[in-house]
Design a protein around this ligand. Structure first.
Ligand code: ADP
Ligand code: MG
Length: 571
């Protein structure tokens, strides 16, 4: 069984192809969305999901979130006494989803299709593969998120059409333009922003709260300067307000700090006006994708939304304005990517019902080499870029370009490989290099064919052939600091396998306890005492392992906590 996984910045989901349909798998709490948060309990056991999200506030030193943003870098996160790379933290989430799928299916799961933002770089894609390996999953394929969303959509709408997928998640934004023709779906263009998502709208509310209330005068008006415990508390309040404004005209942000209460009431129109700069940024990738696909907005048959942040009315209004029509809302925007990944898994397993659906994908960026331009026979200009595979080419693709020596008696051709769109290589991303020894000849007498091959997983191979001798050289990409070596993966697998995972059947209790602890920390006075008492009773029931008592106490605490704070806070 191959499962489909949406490994999100904010939330992750696992789905599978069963009985001819994509099916979402519930986590131990019965929910399809598992927060992409990990953490350790005081006894050193690992928790993933909602419990870890609750503990971000009460135990920030032992909890981590938003690590997808650092995939493809070696930025380390310290949890207690241990240090982890972003792909290791991601592997914990994948491991939890794998366990959920195994419980759901009653059989082991060893293979997965994992989705990635279309705009993920080579290093970010490799890190995602490593995360899969570290979780004990063979990654069958990496699938672009908007492509997955479109795949879910395409199956139910067999009409010929051109459409655009607008995916705004918690931390990333992706746009893809696709074309469906006689059952064949082709991605015409994709573009995006790896640092724009729903979280930025929360940060905006936090920022404005500091400017609008006296709290800013006391602690400063910059969100990034806030002491972490206060920042986390304010983020929860702002997240709640953001969601409230999806359904209501006004919301109130209120926070207590050293005995004082600070309040700001904001209405939906003010929020939309404040968010204008963020909304403007959403236009840029849309325009680029349209330009690359050479499609006018009027030619699009439909606009499809993905990502939880597209629930915001201001985003829907922007989309309607940009395209002069309403977007489709047939799907739950949080779930559509995972469903598409399950469709792809079904394709892989050659389900008969899916046989006729053929999928193509495109390269998210151009890839090429550094060249020296000859201005006159004497004057050379170094550091220019020669694209070999251009962005938005249909994959898999193999392209060849010829280059020649630029000097008399040149003994080496230094092939430096880059990805990006800028004319000067310094502004592009360096991928690797290759030195090709050649015979000393007059300028231009030695020619070399440079072939780039890019596969469906986004892996690039470069091959050089010296035309005269037929001698071939294949690129060995130099060590990338953002990607673990196979040896490092092997070593870390061993270390990670010694980590104790919190028992799955205790997830519900653990999550509720984490929530109770958080609420205890937030409240004061009699409510706090009541929560403190409830925690003691719950602990006692857990220690006695008295199932009936646990169930009873759990229900009572849930009611109590719901009464204290809005129960929609984390829905
Ligand atoms: P990702 O793909 O990054 O994991 P999701 O697609 O799960 O993200 O979307 C998460 C984002 O959606 C968060 O920023 C969250 O605040 C936002 N979101 C979810 N529901 C709502 C809502 N009802 N109103 C506004 N924003 C929402
Ligand atoms: Mg997403």
């Amino acid at each position: 069984m191959i499962v489909g996984i949406d490994l999100g910045t904010t939330n992750s989901l696992v789905a599978l192809w069963r009985d001819g349909a994509a099916t979402l798998v519930p986590n131990p709490l019965g929910q399809f969305l598992t927060p992409s948060c990990v953490g350790f309990l005081d006894d050193g056991t690992l928790i993933v999901g909602q419990a870890a999200r609750e503990r971000l506030q009460t135990h920030p030193q032992l909890s981590a979130a938003l690590f997808k943003r650092y995939m493809g870098t070696s930025r380390a996160v310290t949890l207690g006494t241990q240090t982890f790379r972003p792909e290791e933290l991601s592997s914990f989430v994948l491991r939890a989803l794998k366990a959920d799928a195994e419980t759901f299916l009653g059989e082991p799961v060893t293979e997965a299709i994992i989705t990635v933002p279309a705009y993920f770089s080579d290093a970010q894609r490799k890190a995602t593969r490593v995360a899969g390996e570290l979780a004990g999953l063979k990654v069958e394929r990496l699938l672009n998120e908007p492509t997955a969303a479109a795949l879910a959509y395409g199956l139910q709408n067999r009409d010929e059409s051109k459409f655009l997928v607008f995916d705004l998640g918690g931390g990333t934004f992706d746009v893809s333009i696709l074309e469906l023709f006689e059952g064949v779906m082709e991605v015409r263009a994709s573009a995006g922003d790896n640092f724009l998502g729903g979280e930025d709208f929360v940060t905006l509310l936090m920022q404005t709260f500091l400017q609008q209330t006296a709290l800013g005068q006391r602690v400063g008006t910059r969100v990034e300067d806030l002491p972490p415990p206060l920042a986390i508390r304010l983020r929860v309040v702002a997240e709640y307000a953001k969601r409230a404004l999806t359904n209501a005209a006004t919301a109130t942000l209120q926070i207590e700090h050293t005995g004082e209460t600070y309040t700001w009431q904001v209405d939906a129109d003010t929020f939309a006006a404040l968010a204008e700069p963020l909304l403007e940024r959403l236009r840029i990738p849309v325009e680029r994708a349209l330009r690359d696909a050479r499609i006018r907005p009027a030619e699009l048959h439909s606009i499809m939304l993905a990502g939880g942040a597209t629930r915001m009315p201001m985003v829907r209004r922007l989309v309607s304005r940009m395209f002069g029509r309403f977007p489709l809302v047939n799907f739950n925007p949080d779930e559509v990517v995972a469903l598409g990944a399950a469709v792809q898994a079904g394709l892989k397993m050659r389900d008969a019902a899916l046989d006729e659906v053929v999928m193509t994908d495109v390269t998210p960026y151009s890839m090429g080499i550094e060249i020296t331009e000859r201005i006159t026979p004497e004057r050379m200009s170094k550091g220019h870029y020669l694209p070999i595979i251009e962005r938005n080419s249909v994959v898999p693709i193999s392209q060849v370009k010829s280059i020649e020596t630029v000097q008399d008696n040149q003994r080496v051709i230094e092939l430096r490989i880059f990805q990006g769109e800028s004319p000067m290589v310094v502004d592009n991303v360096f991928l690797g290099n290759l030195r090709i020894p050649i015979a000393a000849k007059p300028v231009g007498a030695v020619k070399v064919d440079v072939r780039f091959t890019y596969d469906v997983n986004g892996i690039l191979e470069a091959e050089c052939t010296v035309t005269e001798t037929g001698q071939k050289h294949v690129l060995v990409i130099e060590e990338n600091p953002g990607v673990m070596t196979p040896e490092e993966v092997r070593q870390r697998l061993q270390t990670l396998s010694t980590i104790k995972i919190h028992p799955r059947d205790q997830t519900e209790n653990r999550t509720l306890m984490a929530r109770a602890e958080r609420v205890y920390q937030q409240q004061l006075g009699s409510q706090r005492e009541a929560v403190g008492h409830a925690i003691a009773v719950f602990q006692d029931a857990l220690e006695r392992q008295d199932r009936d008592a646990i169930r009873e106490v759990r229900a009572a605490i849930k009611r109590q906590l719901d009464a204290i704070e809005s129960d929609t806070l984390f829905e």
